[in-house]
Write a protein that binds this ligand. Structure first.
Ligand SMILES: Nc1ncnc2c1ncn2[C@@H]1O[C@H](COP(=O)(O)OP(=O)(O)O)[C@@H](O)[C@H]1O
Ligand SMILES: [Mg+2]
Length: 224
């Protein structure tokens, strides 16, 4: 079943189209990897999926009341960033009427903090966390609201290898629990290891897609 279905969309800033006549679907349980050169339009597509950019043509169909979680590219935060890791993760919790967290919400936050391996450091300032810990905190924030689709826009870029695998191993665990994933990366190893399908943006607003085992290796790709 499609969680999101993109039908012949054209996306543009002003008159200049970034993607033309693009169609693809993300199905339940998919781990879709999006690849493409810098400036190819990957983040622009994400913005359209998040409802921040309206297609000039075509439409995007979403499963009813679809919740989307989003993990951005790593950016360093000031060391005096005011929130603890736990408070940061809680920012995305759809709260009930009360300004403070209910017992149930505390429990839910506890669970996601535990599943993202942050329990031991939850009270530490996010500004003092390592790169990998920060990305896990963003992941906890994205997942605490129980989304059905998780979008990672180059979220592993600038992490060292061990931390990349750690983050994606976590994501893959959640994926097995009814979460679909859209993962944007330049890293073919990660794409092949975790992906189930790929969407590759090509020059001139062209694209191709398919099962992950058909994603050309970088060497093959240079000969296409
Ligand atoms: N807010 C914007 N206004 C105008 N042009 C933009 C804007 N954001 C991105 N672009 C342009 O759209 C193209 C695609 O950008 P982007 O989607 O960020 O690419 P990617 O994420 O694949 O690196 C680029 O040429 C970029 O310069
Ligand atoms: Mg981008």
């Amino acid at each position: 079943m499609a969680v999101i279905s993109v039908n012949n969309i054209t996306l543009a800033y002003g008159d200049q189209p970034v993607v033309k006549d693009l169609s693809f679907a993300i199905n339940e349980g998919d781990f879709l990897v999006m690849v493409g050169e810098n400036g190819a339009g990957k983040t622009t597509i994400v913005r359209a999926l998040l409802g921040q950019l309206k297609p000039k043509q075509g439409d995007i169909e979403m499963a009813k009341s679809l919740k989307i979680g989003y993990v951005p590219q790593f950016r360093n935060l000031p060391t005096n960033y005011p929130l603890s890791i736990r408070d940061f993760a809680a920012l995305n919790l759809s709260k009930s009427r009360l300004p403070w967290l209910s017992h149930k919400e505390q429990g839910r936050l506890d669970r996601i903090i535990r599943k993202t391996d942050l329990t031991a450091i939850e009270d530490r300032s996010l500004g003092l966390a390592s790169g990998g810990e920060k990305q896990r905190a963003y992941l906890a924030q994205a997942l605490v609201d129980d989304p059905r689709l998780l979008i990672l826009d180059e979220s592993t870029a600038s992490l060292d290898n061990e931390m990349k695998y750690e983050l994606l191993d976590l994501v893959a665990k959640f994926q097995q629990n009814h979460l679909s994933v859209l993962f944007i990366t330049h890293d073919w190893d990660l794409a092949k290891r975790y992906g189930t399908r790929y969407l590759q943006l090509l020059p001139n607003a062209e694209y191709r897609e398919g099962p992950i085992n058909e994603l050309p290796t970088i060497e093959e790709d240079q000969h296409v």
